[in-house]
Design a protein around this ligand. Structure first.
Ligand code: PGA
Length: 244
């Protein structure tokens, strides 16, 4: 596995359900036209799994990630993609537990724990997403929600060297809203330091990250990088974020 603790920053692009063969070609052309200037940055692109084979071996100094994997390793599970299949496509990372998958596809912490275990068995780093709704935030339940998600979704074979946590407040995803810098730093401090058995994990922030706020967010002491949705679809914008 990669030594994720040695990276200063981890910057991941989540394309969600977007792309086409033509889009992949243009994206690669743009992204590869300039080498990344920053040292110590682990950059990751997570396209829909159907496009992974188009990106593998064609990304310069950027790792490949998937957006989800099956709870199962093989068998009669129509429509699923397993962790070992992602391994064959040279994925080093896989997002699991994104709030869209938790909400729309009814994935539970138990499902996410199973997926993360399967990924770790294949030496793929899970990027486990956690985050509160606006209602939970307004009721002051953020830390309780995060504690529950973290303690139930990190599998026994996970460690700070293998698992990345992505703090994504649900109300900040795709809305152009973000918590204040102080709030982000405070929540990341809580995640990194105050949960027994899960200390010093890499914690990246996601939710309306763009090139104009990425530098300020990534300069925060407790922020180890960003997970970028909408803004990652523009390769120039994503490169700016990688160079932030
Ligand atoms: P956004 O999405 O950057 O478009 O807010 C982030 C995510 O869903 O991971």
């Amino acid at each position: 596995m990669l030594e994720i603790q040695k990276f200063d920053k981890i910057i991941a692009a989540n394309w969600k359900l977007q792309g086409s063969f033509d889009f992949v070609k243009r994206y690669l052309d743009e992204l590869n036209s300039n080498i990344l200037e920053k040292q110590g940055v682990c950059s990751i692109v997570c396209p829909p799994s159907i496009y992974l084979h188009k990106l593998v071996n064609n990304l310069k100094s950027i790792f490949l990630g998937a957006q989800d994997c099956s709870n199962y390793n093989s068998g009669a599970y129509t429509g699923e993609v397993s962790a070992n299949m992602l391994k064959e496509l040279s994925c080093n990372f896989c997002i699991v537990g994104h709030s869209e998958r938790r909400k729309i596809f009814k994935q539970s912490n138990k499902d996410i724990c199973l997926k993360a275990k399967n990924l770790l068995d294949q030496s793929i780093h899970p990027i486990i997403c956690i985050g509160e709704t606006l209602e939970e935030k307004n009721k002051n339940l953020t830390k309780e929600v995060l504690f529950n998600q973290i303690s139930k979704s990190i599998p026994n074979n996970g460690s700070k060297n293998s698992v990345i946590l992505a703090y994504e407040p649900i109300w900040a995803i795709g809305t152009s809203l973000t918590p204040s810098l102080e709030e982000i730093n405070d929540i990341h401090y809580f995640i990194k330091n105050e949960i027994q058995n899960f200390k010093n994990y890499k914690v990246i922030y996601g939710g309306s990250v763009k090139s104009n706020n990425a530098t300020n967010i990534m300069e925060l002491n407790n922020v180890d990088g960003v997970l970028v949705g909408g803004a990652s679809l523009d390769p120039l914008e994503f490169r700016k974020i990688m160079n932030s």
